[in-house]
Design a binder for this molecule. Structure first.
Ligand code: GRF
Length: 200
């Protein structure tokens, strides 16, 4: 199976996925890293690992449809069977999501459905929750609302700062995302309505 990872930022999840693949844990090829940010560090990580990169910037297209058509074109050329969103800061359109229905994964840094959106760590910390943690889910049209594949609880202690909490959450992300990806590759994720059953 060919995987494309979409990133906009530092790409620590991308790195964890690359490392897992190199160790032979993820049995698929990371064919492509797609980014909308030409200077993001995720692209450097991809290049260091010898993975093909493609930058598609929204500002170069009049309408979102054309922007996404360019990405889909590349995905088709590379025969991509799984899209992994790893800190990709753009909402995909309904048409895009339908074109890759049940083949797009995302990781969110809070226990969904709590603290959706781009400030999942900050919002949870400020709310004062005692437990938070990342969620891997299928991407559907509604933001951060697709069927949940995996979650990992992270305790919030009284000594935690937002930064220390973020670090603890990221460590968990780097464990569960490769696991969820390998389960997908093995065909072990079965969507049943809102639920995802993990086949043995
Ligand atoms: C992660 O916290 C992830 O949960 C969120 O974006 C962040 C990406 O971080 N979707 P990185 O670029 O993988 O370091």
């Amino acid at each position: 199976m060919n995987i494309a990872v979409f990133c906009s930022g530092s790409g620590t999840n991308l790195q964890a996925i690359i490392d897992s693949q190199k160790k032979g844990y993820i049995k698929a090829e990371i064919k492509l890293v797609v980014s909308d940010m030409p200077d993001c560090y995720a692209l450097t990580r991809a290049k260091n690992a010898g993975i093909k990169t493609v930058v598609v910037e929204r500002k170069n297209y009049k309408v979102k449809k054309d922007f996404e058509a360019e990405i889909i074109n590349t995905l088709k050329k590379e025969g991509i069977g799984l899209i992994v969103l790893a800190g990709y800061m753009r909402m995909l359109s309904e048409d895009f999501i339908k074109a890759y229905e049940n083949k797009i994964l995302n990781i969110h840094p809070a226990l969904l459905p709590s603290f959706k959106g781009t400030r999942g760590i900050k919002d949870a910390f400020e709310y004062g929750v005692k437990v938070t943690g990342p969620t891997v889910h299928f991407v559907t049209v509604d933001m951060d609302a697709g069927p949940v594949i995996m979650q990992s609880p992270v305790k919030v202690t009284e000594d935690d700062t937002e930064e220390s909490l973020a670090q603890a959450i990221h460590e968990e992300e780097h464990k569960i995302y490769p696991r969820a990806i390998q389960l997908f590759v093995e065909g072990k994720l079965k969507i049943e309505g809102r639920k995802v059953r993990i086949l043995k």
